[in-house]
Design a protein around this ligand. Sequence first.
Ligand SMILES: [Zn+2]
Length: 66
Amino acid sequence: MWWELARIMMREIVVRCDERGFDCHYSTIGDIYKVIFDYGDHMKKEHGIEYSPGTLETYLKKRKYN
Ligand SMILES: [Zn+2]
């Protein structure tokens, strides 16, 4: 099915809050756009910091490991 192929192509990635220097155990997994949305939402609600989606996307794409 096409969505299975799409799922393979959009590899799942993990973002952990502590990798960003926070003392926080939050993590989220999914394709890059889900992660950007979830993590941006978490940052705003839990840490009071607003990340623009572009900032997070750039960070995730630059990151060496995924
Ligand atoms: Zn956090």
